[in-house]
Write a protein that binds this ligand. Structure first.
Ligand code: ADP
Length: 478
């Protein structure tokens, strides 16, 4: 239906229009009837007069209906958010009075719905930007919103998608069901079906969706690293306690024997005291290594600032190990040019790194073998040299003629307390922390360790340290 003047039909209907026209013309009709009854007017002019009054009433009713139609259509447009301009007040005084409050109402409604749409957009983009996975699930267990982190973590198709296609964990599904039916929030941990090695925890919270229905917001956080760190920490404590308990138990046993059976045996006493001294020294080395590791971990994110000369560091370490090599019947061959370029490093830590590697080479090389220590400058560290790759560097290689290491052990040698089976008997003085310390020192110095070993022939431990001059220059503003 149209509301312009070209049609005399309105949405309120022809009957209503006719009825209103009759009502409007009723006073004139009554007056004309009275005049006819009083004999002052003939029936024909009276009929004509009434028809004129009816036409005028009809015209008035039509204008009023047309204006109201305009308002009705406009109000409908408001509710459906089409936002068309307010109609002109037309001729009807009622429409004129309604126009101002209705226009203000319309403006306010448009303003509010604009604000709500903006808030909805902001909420969506905030959820989208969160680094942790967030999922919004409706009462039919359909994921209706999921951010990019959720897509990445759960390999999930774009919403809407059934929750079971994203997460099939029974614990999660039960918690979502409880939140939907009982309104209770809960926390649940799970591993996704496509990657059992990962661990997540989810906060499952009932929420009101924008259509008034009940839904569930799942805020998920990956815990894989935390779980791994926790496991490593408890393994570490277990290993460290075990390493300390072994010499301690041996010392305690010997004290008992010295108090009892060997009380009056000077020879046994001498022997036990010597062993006790060795065990105590082993515990002390273990504590020293543990402290070194914890200091290295504390300084892990502070790159060393001082300049350190590799030739001097090697000389220092060789001097310290000379006596041990002689005692172990191992020859030390050193081929290190003087004046190798400086690296940025912590001298104490680099000494410890070299001492640990030379000590191992002597320990595991065995009597009658030779340990070669070589160093040279490289224009660019080869590929696969970790953070040193492609940078000018110093290469220090320590080669022994020991039993070598089977390939399957090589990747694990730098783990704390990792020892190759049977190595303990060859290296009773070891703490199992020497190579872990080497790894941490190199990590702090942006260096790299490679281990090449041929069982039966020996091993080469190669260290790469980037040169100080190779560091990218840093512009200081103050
Ligand atoms: P440890 O104190 O036991 O020597 P490390 O961390 O220094 O501990 O070394 C870990 C393990 O790596 C050793 O127990 C040994 O099995 C192996 N290993 C290290 N260096 C050598 C080497 N030069 N030759 C053979 N095996 C070695």
């Amino acid at each position: 239906m149209t509301t312009d003047g070209r049609s005399l039909r309105t949405r309120f209907g022809d009957r209503a229009l006719l009825l209103e026209s009759l009502l409007l013309s009723a006073p004139a009709a009554l007056a004309l009837l009275a005049l006819v009854a009083a004999g002052r007017l003939g029936p024909a002019p009276a009929l004509l007069g009434w028809l004129l009054a009816l036409a005028a009433g009809g015209w008035l009713a039509y204008r009023r209906h047309r204006d109201l139609d305009g308002f009705a259509a406009w109000a409908e447009g408001l509710s459906s958010d089409q936002g068309q301009p307010a109609p002109s007040p037309g001729w009807s005084p009622l429409a004129g009075r309604l126009l101002r409050p209705l226009s203000e109402l319309g403006r306010e409604l448009r303003h509010r719905s604009g604000r709500m749409a903006a808030q909805r957009r902001m909420l969506r983009s905030t959820i989208e930007a969160l680094p942790d996975p967030v999922l919004l699930v409706d009462g039919d267990l359909t994921v209706i919103q999921a951010n990019a982190a959720a897509g990445r973590s759960f390999d999930a198709p774009a919403p809407p998608v059934p929750l079971v296609r994203v997460l099939r964990d029974p614990g999660v599904l039960a918690a979502v069901g409880t939140a939907l039916s009982g309104n209770a929030a809960s926390n649940v941990s799970f591993s996704p079906a496509h990657d059992r090695g990962k661990r997540f925890s989810a906060r499952i919270e009932p929420v009101d969706l924008d259509d008034g229905r009940r839904g569930v917001l799942m805020a998920v956080r990956e815990q894989t690293e935390q779980v791994m760190i926790e496991r490593m920490r408890s393994d570490f404590v277990a290993n460290a306690s075990h390493e300390i308990r072994t010499p301690l138990a041996s010392i305690q046993g010997m004290i008992e024997t010295l108090r009892g059976a060997a009380r009056h045996d000077p020879q046994a006493r001498e022997m036990f005291l010597e062993i006790m001294g060795e065990e105590a020294a082993r515990m002390s080395r273990l504590v020293d290594d543990l402290l070194s590791l914890s200091r290295l971990e504390l300084a892990a994110h502070q790159p060393p600032r001082e300049l350190c000369h590799p030739s001097e560091a090697v000389r220092y370490a060789v001097d310290r190990m000379w006596a041990a090599a002689e005692q172990g019947g191992v020859g030390l061959m050193v081929e290190v040019p003087d004046g190798l370029p400086a690296v940025r490093g912590d001298a104490d830590q680099l000494h410890q790194l070299l001492v640990n590697l030379i000590d191992n080479a002597i320990k595991y090389g065995g009597r009658g073998t030779e340990v070669r220590i070589e160093a040279q400058e490289l224009a660019a560290a080869p590929a696969n040299s970790g953070p040193a790759t492609g940078r000018p560097a110093v290469r220090i290689a320590i080669a022994d003629q020991g039993p070598g290491i089977a390939a399957e052990h090589v990747p694990r040698l730098t783990e704390r307390f990792y020892r190759v089976e049977g190595a303990r008997s060859r290296g009773p003085k070891g703490t199992g922390l020497g190579l872990a310390i080497v790894k941490h020192v190199l990590r702090r110095h942006q260096g790299h360790l490679t281990i090449q070993s041929t069982p039966g022939e020996g091993s080469v431990f190669t260290v790469l340290l980037p040169l100080a001059a190779a560091e990218p220059s840093v512009t200081r503003l103050s």
